[in-house]
Design a protein. Structure first.
Length: 196
């Protein structure tokens, strides 16, 4: 072996305990060179120290914290394909039932569309009746919600206030709900920051 000091990979070969002609030449050099012998002793001590260290795994929420900062881009066509795949049933029987249902719905919509095109006055009448009933059901549910949340007196006061008073009262309730939601969000973010 020419006169030079050992390279880092040669020290690793000696520390691993590999056998062979190259290893014996390296050992002969270490016996003759005081500087390489001292370096080998330091690396051997470091290896033993590292071998006796306790193994520490990552924190329990480490992966979650890292992945929450990773921006994952998914093209729209991939998202659409995955959404459609989730809608398709997995078993053949379920696919058959879904297909028959889809064909029946398409036929019903076609018949309803043709009927509406041929009988426009009747279609407008039914649409008007449907809109009135939906509106009445919506108002009844809102009244029931207000009465159950605030009591009969609040409902009476709201009905007596007229349209402007009702809009004002509903705006106040919506504002209070939004302020509470923002407050909960701020508290959750602060709590999450304290934990991490």
């Amino acid at each position: 072996m020419e006169h030079r000091h050992l390279l880092p990979d040669e020290f690793e070969t000696l520390l691993d305990g590999d056998a062979g002609e190259a290893t014996s030449a390296l050992r002969d050099h270490v016996e003759a060179c005081a500087e390489c012998r001292a370096e080998l002793a330091k690396q051997n001590e470091l290896t033993r120290t590292l071998d006796h260290l306790k193994h520490h795994g990552p924190a329990p929420l480490f992966a979650y914290r890292v992945m929450s900062h990773v921006q994952v881009f998914e093209p729209w066509h991939v998202a659409l394909r995955d959404f459609v795949k989730r809608l398709i049933p997995r078993t053949a029987a379920a696919r058959w039932v879904a297909g028959v249902t889809a064909v029946a719905m398409a036929m019903a919509m076609t018949v309803a569309g043709v009927w509406a095109a041929l009988n426009t006055e009747s279609a407008w009448f039914f649409a008007e009746v449907g809109v009135k009933r939906v509106r009445a059901a919506f108002l009844t549910s809102i009244r029931g919600l207000i009465e159950s949340a605030f009591g009969r007196d609040a409902l009476s006061a709201l009905e007596g206030a007229g349209a402007i008073g009702s809009v004002l009262a509903i705006s106040i309730v919506v504002a209070v709900i939004l302020i509470a939601a923002v407050g909960f969000r701020v508290a959750a973010v602060a709590s999450r920051r304290r934990r991490s």
